[in-house]
Design a protein around this ligand. Structure first.
Ligand code: GLN
Length: 492
């Protein structure tokens, strides 16, 4: 990789450097208008997106209906391209949906629109969210703003890179096995996967339905807290949405962590975890202790089986979910076919990339007669064991702390020829999805000039504890205040 990239402290005079709660103050004081914020972001995208490729679609026009909101602030948000946006192309990073324009908004988008947010653009991603590097996109890879020769992580790599590089103040991603947290960690921003059932999946293009959740990607914990509040809640349009959930209270500053008990699972710090990542995470746990928390090592003994179980369950569900792309109802249809069967085959052959085809084949295989018991059923049993590991931990701890990713951002192209090496990127995030738990990644240091992410894992529906602990950490540290100097940009 080319030599270490430069970084700088955030500049309070630069609109695209600010977090949303800082922008809100300027908007409320009338010092800037929503249109100024919009134009600053569009300019920034024009300036750096040629190098980063974080966006698949940009919406450059400020929505006229938001011109007069009677002083109520409005904010742009970048949205991963597998979340339905009415009238705005939604491709899933795939050739098969390259021209698909949804006729409706996802529930998550509607909830944000009700609160004065509008879509600034749709961000790049691994095709159908299958990948950990953003290199499996039909629209070309996204690059990491901290080092243009490194990956931003995936599959929500476009969202994470856009927020890190000042191309969006905040963004939505989706997390099936780590796709919000891992790119957030690799790009030095905050990312949260909510408890399964917290945020509606209606309008999120299904990858693995028992694992998928939409989550926020933000510059700091305060903004993450604000977006979580907006996104969470029951939705009758999603049968897996949890009824009767307690709403998330407004963000607050947190000075002390007295009484908080933290477990540090030793399996998450074992071989394969880079030394510099381990050091940064243990140092961060030290900061939490100084704030009053009590931390000790613990064990989640079935962790090592998580990855194998995931790569049976997720492809199984994907093979079924992706059967709908048949060239009949929507998306690409081949022009070469001479029979109906031919049409199905050629459409899918032309429309899907290599990783998606690999997952469909894997999934079809593990679900087929004779293999179902040997693979799928066994993987579900392993999933239960992983859930029990966590349940036992909740008897002693309020949350668990671990690295988000075993390494910092790796070089572009390094793992594309080796799917297993690529799959390892999510070894520390996948167990959380299998158990349906909430987890948050936040910046906790740098190694070789690249950001390191601390992962906090919580009890089901206890996002609040994670947000409070993360907020206390950010009040005591300044890792979240550094910004990458992108490519040839002049250092100000
Ligand atoms: N990297 C994992 C995969 O490829 C997780 C992806 C995700 O969370 N969407 O399946």
């Amino acid at each position: 990789m080319r030599c270490q990239q430069r970084m700088r402290k955030m500049d309070e005079g630069c609109l695209t450097d600010l977090s949303v709660h800082q922008l809100r103050v300027l908007l409320e004081r009338g010092e800037v208008a929503p249109r100024d914020v919009h134009e600053a972001y569009v300019r920034r995208i024009e300036e750096v997106d040629d190098q980063l490729n974080a966006y698949i679609t940009v919406c450059p026009d400020f929505p006229p209906e938001l011109e007069n909101r009677h002083g109520r602030p409005v904010f742009p948000v970048a949205v991963k391209d597998n979340i339905m946006t009415r009238g705005i192309r939604t491709t899933c990073g795939s050739r098969i949906l390259a021209r698909f324009i949804p006729p409706y908004d996802a529930t998550a988008i509607l909830r944000l629109k009700e609160r004065g947010l509008y879509v600034l653009g749709k961000t790049n991603m691994d095709e159908f969210a299958m990948g950990s590097s953003c290199e499996n996109s039909a629209f070309g890879p996204t690059r990491n703003p901290w080092n243009l020769d490194a990956v931003p992580g995936g599959s929500s790599g476009g969202s994470a890179a856009a927020v890190a590089a000042g191309e969006a103040p905040w963004a939505l991603g989706s997390d099936t096995g780590g796709s919000v947290r891992q790119p957030a960690a690799l790009c030095g921003v905050v990312g949260m996967k909510p408890t399964y059932g917290r945020v509606s999946r209606f309008g999120l293009v299904a990858f693995a339905s028992s694992l998928d959740q939409i989550g926020p990607i933000t510059r700091d914990v305060w903004d993450c807290w604000v977006l979580m509040r907006a996104l969470c809640g029951h939705d009758p349009l999603d049968s897996t949405s949890a009824p009767g959930q307690a709403p998330i209270p407004p963000p607050q500053s947190v000075e002390s962590l007295g009484g908080v008990r933290i477990g540090v699972p030793r399996e998450y710090l074992g071989p394969g975890v880079e030394d510099a990542v381990r050091d940064a995470v243990l140092k961060a746990v030290g900061v939490l202790e100084e704030l009053g928390a009590r931390a000790e090592e613990c064990s989640l003994p079935h962790t090592e089986y998580g990855l194998s179980a995931y790569y049976i369950i997720a492809p199984a569900e994907a093979s079924s979910n992706l059967a709908r792309y048949d060239g009949v109802r929507y998306g690409h249809r081949t022009c070469q076919a001479s029979s109906l069967l031919d049409m199905y085959e050629l459409t899918r052959q032309e429309g899907f990339g290599a990783e998606v085809k690999r997952r469909i084949m894997l999934g079809t295989y593990v679900l087929s007669a004779g293999y179902y018991d040997a693979y799928y059923l066994r993987a579900q049993k392993v999933r239960t064991l992983i859930c029990r590991d966590f349940e036992r931990a909740w008897a002693r701890y309020d949350l668990l702390a671990a690295p988000t990713s075993p390494t910092v951002a790796f070089p572009l192209g390094e793992r594309t020829a080796d799917p297993l090496a690529m799959y390892m990127a999510d070894v520390l995030t996948i167990p959380v999805n299998l158990a349906g738990l909430p987890a948050l990644s936040l910046p906790c240091g740098f190694a070789r000039g690249l950001p390191v992410g601390l992962q906090l894992i919580g009890r089901p529906f206890d996002e609040l504890t994670l947000l409070r602990v993360a907020q206390a950490f950010q009040q005591a540290t300044d890792y979240h205040l550094y910004r990458p100097v992108v490519g040839g940009e002049v250092d100000g």
